[in-house]
Write a protein that binds this ligand. Structure first.
Ligand code: FMN
Length: 363
């Protein structure tokens, strides 16, 4: 694993290896506040060059799932400080994923008085887990007004500032998997007639303004975005101009100069779209979804991607870097404890290799 475990530098991003821990919702944040258990979990996985947190709500309306953390209150910022300290102690870099779930949610998961919002008022098919009533149909979203969209953007900027105060190295905008940014991008879900709907440029304006305003506030080198072209999660249906949409987005992200574009691959994704993103965007590309250490090494050596992210393998193998180095077998994830509260299936995955300390890498 010559490339995967070697250090990486591009622009302001310096990592001790090419191994990224993918963002994964784990629903351990009781009261939506990060805690000691989460600090232990992320600290255990700090063999990664870069860790991206689980989807984190920038605003109370963004709390689509039960027990996900937020980054809108001071108590949440204080909670995250413990987590960033645990990750930085081992020289890993740490980005917070800003996830506005938009129409993917249920009113029972939201704080009192908050309503589910979306690009339009089209309800998502399917169900979502709630602590009050188990699995329930998604609630119908209220379409954001034009001023409401601008308020959501301002809320993300404040959330990104909070992330900086909490000690993160940057933020990742969750533009993938059918959440609010993708709800704006996809014309099947975005039927707006204002400046945020219609043409490709207008549907992408929400993502572009988010990235630009956050970059202006905290620094462009501290911003990444996750995209999933051709994604069907979150009741997303394909549309004719996916290629043009993502090429345009990559070009805009290049103009802003953000640090990375993180791509969630899917069987439907077209090669030419990946190539257009790669050639339009000169910053770091991260690819994720379904990689093994062997396929990751091959992707890195082909030059298709700069870094590779692992989800379930990191979830089940806190010492993934050591296991890859030692060519050891990987634990399999326990799917019954993915989202359950408490330590079980969270911080108790067996560690085979010794977690030796790494020299911190400074930018
Ligand atoms: C339990 C779990 C929670 C996830 N939560 C998120 C999330 O909050 N944000 C996100 O962008 N992706 C999320 N994902 C998707 C992962 O980041 C990743 O794309 C997926 O696990 C596929 O990669 P893998 O094959 O390496 O596991 C989640 C995946 C899992 C298994």
């Amino acid at each position: 694993m010559n490339i995967l475990l070697s250090s990486y530098t591009k622009g302001a991003l310096h990592l001790k290896n090419h191994l990224v821990m993918a963002p994964m919702t784990r629903s351990r944040a009781i009261g939506n506040i990060p805690n000691d258990l989460m600090a232990e979990y992320y600290g255990q996985r700090s063999g990664a060059g870069l860790i991206i947190t689980e989807g984190t709500a920038p605003l109370p309306e963004a709390l689509g799932y039960p027990r996900i953390p937020g980054v809108f209150s001071q108590a949440q910022v204080e909670g995250w400080k413990k987590v960033t300290a645990a990750v930085h102690a081992n020289g890993s870099r740490f980005f917070l994923q800003l996830m506005h779930t938009g129409r993917i949610g249920h009113k029972d998961n939201l704080p009192e008085g908050k309503v589910l919002v979306g690009a339009s008022s089209i309800r998502a098919a399917g169900q979502i887990s709630t602590d009050k009533g188990g699995l329930q149909d998604h609630s119908a979203p209220a379409a954001l007004t034009t001023e409401g969209v601008k308020e959501v953007i301002r809320g993300h900027v404040v959330a990104a500032q909070h992330a900086m105060e909490a000690g993160f190295d940057g933020v990742e905008l969750h533009g993938a998997n059918g959440y609010l940014i993708e709800q704006f991008l996809n014309p099947n879900v975005n039927t707006r007639t204002d400046e945020y709907g219609g043409s490709i440029e207008r549907r992408a304006a929400f993502a572009v303004e988010l990235a630009r305003n956050i970059a202006d506030s905290i620094g462009k080198e501290k911003v990444g975005i996750r995209l999933s072209p051709y994604n069907t999660l979150g009741d997303m249906q394909p549309y004719p101009e996916v290629f043009e949409t993502y090429r345009y987005l990559a070009q805009e992200m290049e103009k802003i100069g953000i640090t990375y574009v993180h791509i969630g691959l899917s069987p439907q994704v077209q090669q030419k779209t990946l190539e257009a993103i790669r050639t339009s965007f000169t910053g770091t590309i991260i690819q994720c979804n379904g990689f093994t250490p062997e396929t990751a090494e091959a992707a890195l050596s082909s030059g298709r991607t700069d870094l590779v992210a692992f989800g379930r393998s990191f979830l089940a193998n806190p010492d993934l870097d050591k296991r890859i180095a030692g060519k050891q077998a990987l634990n399999q994830p326990d799917f019954t404890t993915l989202y359950t509260p408490g330590a079980k299936g969270y911080v108790d995955y067996p560690v085979e290799a010794k977690m030796a300390g790494e020299m911190p890498v400074h930018s």
